[in-house]
Write a protein that binds this ligand. Structure first.
Ligand SMILES: Cc1ncc(COP(=O)(O)O)c(C=O)c1O
Length: 393
């Protein structure tokens, strides 16, 4: 069996989640909006999914809107808040290291006259709350910050940022917690945000389902129009099985976090140490303020894509960064924002662990990854660091 070290991209659906979902794909197939017995059964399951997810993340059930994933949750948050705030202002603030779900949504909003400010980060990928504060004006309506970075693992000082944002009136604070929620002591109330994006597939739930948490009293314009589902905030017949699966996945994670986080952190640290010992890489991201499951590196003078390919042939699945950027020749905007030159950024590697990662798998990766790095370094160095062949060559 190949070893899967790409849990930041997605995770396998866990058996308990699948079991919870199956009845909704079978006999409980009704449309939750139907008044008859079939509809009522589906409605009950959906309402219960709201309740259970809310309990697992520290929210009220009515504050959660199920979406088709983290990307849609973020689109709804940013577009919905930007348009709702349009009479007040047009300035939207985010960090320079957001996931494309945020970055590309903001770029889209620019076409409609919104002004987008991308606040820079330090060498570790961390934003200074003072810099966010300095970017705020009377015309600012939305601030968006990623809680834990999906490429380099760095956590942002979200509570401090929330304080600065809320010291001014009329600014909504969105947090992209898609990657971080499963891997932190997660409590929505304590984050200090108004809007929070979540996704099921990063926590052993199904792909294609997520949620946006909308704090009570937050004014948002719906971005999808049709029926009155999800309290008129997201039209369309609900993915009931997905919602049930998501709730179950978060519920299980909430119960096991205290045991899981230190275990995975220790495995990750062991793997990081073994890879660093090769002498062929440097670690990226913040050394301490980081998600416990992500090990991230820059291979010196080697294409990350070549390493990932060689490891795949050895039965170890890793990635060169964001799954969304795979196959593109674009270098990581996260690494360039952190100050790495483009040629160095091409050496990006990300190994991400999950609940199901075993010690034996980590042992094997500790042995094989340095070997493969050495082999690739010998065989296909990038000429100087002056721009070599494209990734995946
Ligand atoms: C930080 C972050 N935000 C947003 C997303 C997008 O979520 P989804 O894949 O559910 O659309 C991802 C995952 O790919 C992510 O890691």
């Amino acid at each position: 069996m190949p070893i899967y070290l790409d849990h930041a991209a997605t995770t396998p659906v866990r058996p308990e989640v699948l079991e919870a979902m199956l009845p909704l794909l079978g006999s409980l197939f009704g449309n939750p909006s139907s008044a008859h017995v079939f509809g009522r059964a589906a409605r009950e399951a959906l309402d219960e999914a709201h309740e259970r997810l809310a309990r697992a993340v520290g929210a009220d059930a009515r504050e959660l809107v199920f979406t088709s994933g983290g990307t849609e949750a973020t689109n709804l948050a940013l577009k919905g808040a930007a348009w709702a705030g349009r009479p007040k202002g047009h300035r939207l603030v985010a960090t320079a290291v957001e996931h494309h779900a945020t970055g590309h949504t903001l770029r889209y909003l620019e076409k409609f006259g919104f002004e987008v400010v991308a606040v820079g980060v330090d060498r570790y990928g961390r934003v200074d709350p003072d810099d966010i504060e300095r970017a705020l004006t009377d015309r600012t309506t939305v601030v968006s910050v990623i809680l834990g970075n999906n490429e380099v693992g760095t956590m942002q000082p979200v509570a401090e940022i929330a304080e600065r944002v809320h010291a001014r009136r009329g600014i909504l604070f969105h947090v992209d917690a898609v990657q971080a929620a499963p891997w932190t002591e997660f409590d929505l109330g304590a984050l200090g945000a108004d809007l929070v994006s979540l996704a099921a597939h990063k926590v052993e739930g199904p792909k294609g389902v997520g949620a946006l948490w909308i704090r009570h009293g937050t004014h948002l314009l719906a971005q999808q129009h049709g029926g009155g589902q999800e309290r008129h905030r997201r039209a369309g017949t609900e993915n009931v099985a997905g919602a049930v699966g998501m709730a179950r996945a978060f519920e299980l994670r909430a119960a096991e976090r205290a045991e899981l986080l230190p275990r995975v952190r220790a495995q990750r640290d062991r793997l990081t140490a073994a890879v660093l010992a090769s002498g062929l890489v440097e670690a990226t991201g913040h050394p301490v303020e980081r998600l416990p499951h992500i090990a991230s590196f820059l291979a010196r003078g080697i294409e990350g894509g070549s390493v990932a390919l060689a490891l795949d042939l050895e039965g170890i699945a890793i990635s060169t960064g964001s799954a969304c950027a795979t196959g593109s020749t674009e270098v990581s905007h996260v690494l360039t924002a952190m100050g790495y030159p483009e040629d160095e950024a091409r050496g990006q590697l990300r190994l991400s662990l999950g609940r199901t990662t075993t010690d034996a798998e980590v042992d094997e990766a500790c042995r094989v990854v340095p070997e493969v790095l050495a082999r690739v370094a010998e065989g296909s160095p990038i000429a100087g660091a002056a721009g070599g062949p494209g990734a995946g060559a």
